[in-house]
Design a protein around this ligand. Structure first.
Ligand code: ZN
Ligand code: ZN
Length: 326
């Protein structure tokens, strides 16, 4: 099979011919129909998120069709399923035992520790695969598997915040804005000051305002979600909050956060991160998305152009989400 492999972080992905993977007990062999490209894939490619596995086949928003199941599996061949970032947990550590498998100390992640979807075929643990909502095409549903799932977990961490700010208007924000609007919240988009395209896109999706992320918005926020990996956005978002508000950092990596006066945190403002997802998050969001309904905007790239997709995300040049097609 053809796959895009990362031999060493910092080097470009390389098109390789690999043997078809063999499903181990509990695993499904999938033919990849589409695979979303995530900001995390950029961090893996650039060495900001690391693992000991070599080479890495990235990609953790996999839409695939089951070709064959390994021993002990029950999903029939021909079933379309999705594979997200959380690929395996031990099920026994204190985090798994308390409903927080997203924090599992032994967790393995798809497209990092486990084979990903930048390939024609892959294998995945059946227990971490999900039925996908009907009514979505393969390309359209792919971004729901990380941008959607982890974005939704971040949105839940804002509680009942009515005035919501989204910092960085890429794949996750374009999905989560739709969910937040559906829930009756007011959404303000914050982008690079001169990113007129992202601002127009945000307004088109129903955001109440769209403007410079380093400047205050038109009204104080009850919560902000920072999707962009730029640490300077954290104090900026904090300054945009009303008292009692929360800044949720939803990315896996971010540049250093500059210092800020304690007065900006005072009055019970909070800063927190969101890490990974639980399988419950996945089931909840995949049930919710068609009810909103979430409509994704995607730009497709052929598999061998994965580097171009990563470069476009790095540059903030994608409207909505990027998806690879084998
Ligand atoms: Zn665990
Ligand atoms: Zn992701």
């Amino acid at each position: 099979m053809r796959a895009m492999v990362l031999d060493e972080p910092g080097r470009p992905l390389r098109l390789a011919e690999l043997p078809d993977p063999e499903p181990a007990p509990g695993q499904l062999l999938l033919r990849v129909l589409a695979c979303g490209v995530c900001r995390t894939d950029v961090h893996i490619r650039d060495g900001e998120v690391t693992t000991d596995v070599r080479p890495i086949v990235p990609g953790h928003q996999i839409v695939g069709v089951v070709e064959r199941g390994g021993p002990g599996t029950s999903t029939p061949p021909g079933t379309r399923i999705g594979v997200p970032w959380l690929g395996w947990t031990d099920g026994t550590c204190r985090f798994c035992a308390s409903g927080r498998e997203n924090l599992c100390e032994a967790a393995r992640f798809t497209g990092l520790d486990l084979p990903g979807g930048f390939a024609e075929r892959t294998v995945a643990d059946e227990r971490f695969c999900f039925a996908l909502p009907e009514g979505y095409g393969d390309l359209d549903v792919a971004p729901l598997l990380c941008a959607g799932l982890i974005g939704h977990r971040a949105l839940r961490m804002t509680g009942d915040a009515r005035r919501l700010g989204l910092y960085g208007f890429g794949a996750a924000a374009h999905v989560i804005a739709q969910v937040a609007l559906h829930q009756g919240r007011t959404v303000h988009a914050f982008t690079r000051r001169d990113d007129a395209a992202a601002q127009a896109f945000a307004l088109e999706l129903g955001c109440a305002s769209a403007g410079d992320a380093l400047a205050p918005g038109p009204e104080p926020l009850d919560a902000a979600i920072v999707f962009a990996p730029a640490g300077e956005l954290v104090p900026a978002a904090l300054r945009a909050l009303d008292r009692g508000g929360v800044v949720v950092c939803a990315g896996i990596h971010m540049s250093d956060i500059p210092s800020f006066p304690y007065a900006d945190l005072w009055e019970e403002r909070q800063i927190r991160s969101v890490a990974n997802l639980t399988r419950e998050d996945a089931r909840d969001f995949l049930a919710l998305a068609p009810r909103v309904p979430v409509r994704t905007t995607v730009t497709t790239f052929p598999l061998e152009r994965a580097e171009d997709a990563l470069a476009a995300i790095r540059a903030g040049a994608i409207e909505g989400a990027a998806v690879l097609v084998p």
